[in-house]
Design a protein around this ligand. Sequence first.
Ligand code: HEM
Length: 490
Amino acid sequence: MLVLSRVDLAVTAFSLILFSSLYLIKRRSALNALRGPRASSYLLGHEHDLRTKRVDEVLFQWSKEYGTAYKLPGCFGENVLVISDPRAIHRVLQESLQDYPEAADLRRLIKMIFGRGVLWVKGEDHKRHRRVLSPAFSMDHMRQFLPLFQSHVNYLSEKWDNALQGKSQTIDVIPWLHKMTLDIVGESAFNYHFDALEGKPNELTKALYDIEKLGEDSSPTITLAQAIMRYIPESVSSWQGDHFPMSTEKVIKRYLRLSTERAREVLKEAGLYLDHRTVDNGNDGAPAIGTGREKDILSILVRANWVEDPRKRLSEEEILAQMSTLIQAGHHTTGYTLSWILYELAAHPEDQAKVYEEIKQLRERNPEGFTSSEYDSMNHFTLVIKEALRFRPVVPTLEREASKDDVLPLEFPIFCKDGKRIEAVPIGKGQRIKVDISTYNRLQNIWGEDANSWNPKRFEVIDSSTKTKTQVGLFANLLTFSGGPKGCIG
Ligand code: HEM
């Protein structure tokens, strides 16, 4: 057994401190020239503010003062680069995607919660996951889910009608919408019935809510603990997680275990095997994408995996990890977005009246339920949805880390501390970057002078002649669904 003397320990501790300090100083120096807010605490920087305050409002304020690229003090004096400039964002999310993975501590958390699914993998592995997932997310396949979406919406409105019983009273719509989206994601993604709107007890739902409760702890200790994890090597934290998991890790692991078990059960019930053996499709075991009994995303994914080049197929663990990924990635994002759309319609009765009229006219023609082209024909509703996505993006920032030295080009030049105007920001390896979605979605240079106000009509003009040279967003040039190859698949 290896025994370390006091001197060994002292030298090791000293080296660690020295290297960490040099590392931090290097990271800091690359951004020295940039402006940015001052931190009142060396330990917490502004990281704790971002966890406890309204992120978008804080970021709007800073970008107004410092422009579309500035430095932000993080924990332990680290400088984080915040960008809302389209050209810089394009480089990070698209042009040099492989050089800007998620920060290592975030990747560790993603792996723990979602497993080795599409959100966690990077590089060639990521391309492999996306290729196998894409048939299940094609527009044609999504259209098949319309009746499912409509039946859940009808069920929710019945519930609201019953709750109101003709009386005027207040309903907190957010939890209801989250239950509905959980039911929809469960059924469309895995043919799995959470029955959350029914209020049925479900072990997996409980595990999911237990994870969400972890995020409610807003003490500075949690902020610091998360920051310390950045300096602990992956091998050490994995070993600790496997052998001495903390209570939070136990909660997270339980969710991943349950979601994997459920995914396995669902596939077994559908007669689908992960190891390319056979399928109950009356076709001599030959795989058939998009045919067979089950149309849910997981089943389509399994079939798509069979016809993939065997060297590029997803492993069993990778397939099962998609369940935990899709539940988490699709459920709250959609629930909060629907909540914001309803909020903005309530706050703007003139838009509400127009949308109501469009729905009424379609209902008169087709009382059974709308087709996808009928949805597309609701012009004002489409404008309202785009504006709500722009104005209220539910994922306000993305975290990335430079894996090598680089220079980020800017579309909109910024001014440094010494008054110098620069058109690019040099950054060092290991630089943490915050892609500021909320601010990008409100840049006046792109969205017009009134970018900070609600105005769905802006999209009538912007769609035909966008004001920016660089397109970053997946939909309507909005950053709400991120951009590039790692942008939202759902
Ligand atoms: C309004 C609703 C939604 C919003 C605003 C949204 C937003 C986003 C954003 C910003 C990302 C990028 C995350 C990152 O790079 O760190 C993302 C990725 C992703 N989203 Fe969504 N999302 C929504 C709905 C959905 C739905 C319904 C699903 C599936 C059921 C889904 C599945 C995914 C997946 C799998 C990824 C990871 C993609 C990859 O890494 O290649 N999302 N989403």
